[in-house]
Design a protein around this ligand. Structure first.
Ligand SMILES: [Zn+2]
Length: 198
């Protein structure tokens, strides 16, 4: 996340789920990414119990747990405060498909209803907004990306942030042409088949 410019300091959080164990590993609260050691990672179950680790889990663990509990396709969650997606979250506007790479997250990236960080309400709002999506914006906050691995979720976060940046920049000098829904659905099908940028 640091190397890809998706966060600074301790902003955002990541987790990976093991469905056979019913456990997920999540980044700790309040430790800079470049200082996190393996033993600082917190392992939790889906009832919010800490199974392993001595650190506090990320304050947003509820927003990770809800996807592992209620969506079979999600095995990795990445939450960022990246600049352009957070900007659209501040406007409470969706990121539209001015660039085809928005398809990593969906036909467009909607914005979840506002709730205070770290709350169950925010987790529920994010879950609802992300239905049928691989990403959603969080109002006045940032982005959450969902994948079948934490690596995939990180890639999705990066592509969606890029698409948000292009949409923003295009709007500053004109009116971007938004790709039609049919075209985006075809693109999403193509993305499902393979990994990163094509
Ligand atoms: Zn956050």
């Amino acid at each position: 996340m640091l190397q890809r410019g998706l966060t600074t300091g301790t902003g955002g959080n990541l987790s990976a789920y093991s469905p056979s164990d019913g456990l997920y590993a999540i980044s700790p609260s309040g430790i800079a990414y470049d200082e996190i050691r393996a033993q600082d990672i917190v392992v939790m179950d889906l009832e919010d119990n800490i199974v392993e680790g001595t650190q506090k889990p990320s304050s947003e663990y509820r927003m990770h747990r809800i996807f592992y509990r209620d969506r079979d396709d999600v095995l990795g969650v990445v939450h960022t405060h990246s600049i352009y997606t957070a900007t659209f979250g501040a406007l409470r506007q969706s990121v539209k498909a001015a660039h085809y790479l928005v398809g990593f997250g969906g036909v467009e990236i909607p914005c979840a209803q506002y709730a205070t960080f770290g709350t169950e309400e925010l987790a529920e709002n994010a879950f609802r907004s992300a239905e049928g999506q691989n990403a959603t914006l969080l109002a006045n906050h940032g982005l959450i990306a969902l994948g079948d691995s934490v690596e995939r979720a990180l890639d999705i976060a990066e592509e969606v942030e890029f698409a948000a940046q292009i949409y923003y920049r295009a709007r500053t000098i004109g009116e971007p042409i938004i790709l039609p829904e049919d075209e985006m659905k075809g693109i999403i099908d193509k993305f499902a088949g393979y990994g990163r940028r094509t």
